[in-house]
Ligand binder design. Sequence first.
Ligand code: SAJ
Length: 402
Amino acid sequence: MNENNQNICVIGLGYIGLPTASLLGTKGFKVTGVDTNKEVVDTINQGNIHIVEPDLDILVKSAVGSGNLIASLEPVDADIFILAVPTPFKGDHEPDVSYVETATKKIAPYIKPGNLVILESTSPIGTTDNVVARILQEEGHQVGEEVFIAHCPERVLPGRILTELIENDRIVGGVNQKSTEKAVDFYQSFVRGQVHTSSSAVAELAKLTENAFRDVNIAFANELSLICDNLGISVWEVIRLANRHPRVNILKPGPGVGGHCIAVDPWFIVSSSPDQSRLIRMAREVNDSMPNWVLNKVRKSADRFKHPIIGCLGLAFKANVDDLRESPAVQIVRQLQKENLGELIIAEPNLNSHSEFQILPYREVVDKADILILLVDHKEFCSLKAADLKETVLIDTRGIID
Ligand code: SAJ
């Protein structure tokens, strides 16, 4: 339990901000969560959630019910401000830190001496100092002396957010020693993992590195799947056997890399050092080419029919989430719709409806499809057996159907 009775203001109530705000609310902090979307604010104040994440509904209900979490359109005075806003890219994969800028300007009038500001958003190198600290200094705050600023990148895996928020190690990089110490004290009050310290730039690059590492490893698996396809060899069997080596651990090929993190963050490294980031850029390109590879498979199969029913299983960017951001499955389905290769029918068990696509029960899609594309390895699809599919042409991009 938090005995300080500290007030926290979390800016951004998305996939990181809402779990963090509600977790802190249940740990005894008084939390105000701020979002620009009124519908999101109203939903949370009713004790409900707008995203799918295991157990988040229970946590939000409990935090709101206890009075420790209130959602609002505007910031409030607080002891600690946490920025959890998006950091997408724009143009030719250039980082877009405009949400961080806007959020910093928005909290500036509420900040008082003694306050701590933490940037949790995954950020391009230099954002903590050159955006957050610079803006607050320009707004008249004595950064590092009266107002403390640190970067503590979020590292949680969608689908396991609530566990990882507590169990994962954290990296804290303050703009000065005092800022680092204040942020460490805060995280140690609710994190069970270790809290490591460094500079803000190291903390920024360490987070980007984690996601670039995973992207490069997925690209290796994806490239291997192209090689195996060319050779007429099962990539799944190759990986299964190669992974029996004690020092080999190949990840899974798929239809591409989605989500707002791994498909985005490596570009922040590339844009910081374009001439040195050859492998990281190439991995991004390999992963980004995968949807088109899947589309070519569908085009080839569709040639065998007059006007086939094409069943698509899954829209989310990965298994067991409802998040469609940067989803390769959505990219594939949109392109199929454009090309009108056949009648498209779609199942996504984590969504009741979608503004663009009609969502059908997955059994109906399986039964009706001439061509079935398995795009996401949701748990609902894992019981499918090749024997049940009879005449259906199956394109299993996740290797889950025997
Ligand atoms: N994917 C594959 N093959 C694999 C693993 C993943 O194709 O073997 C695909 C997924 O289907 C998905 C994408 O990669 O489209 C990313 O999924 P993910 O589960 O690897 O990662 P995210 O984006 O959900 O979360 C990542 C995590 N980073 C790392 O594991 C290094 C998480 O810890 C970060 O906090 C998160 O990014 C973030 O917010 O940055």
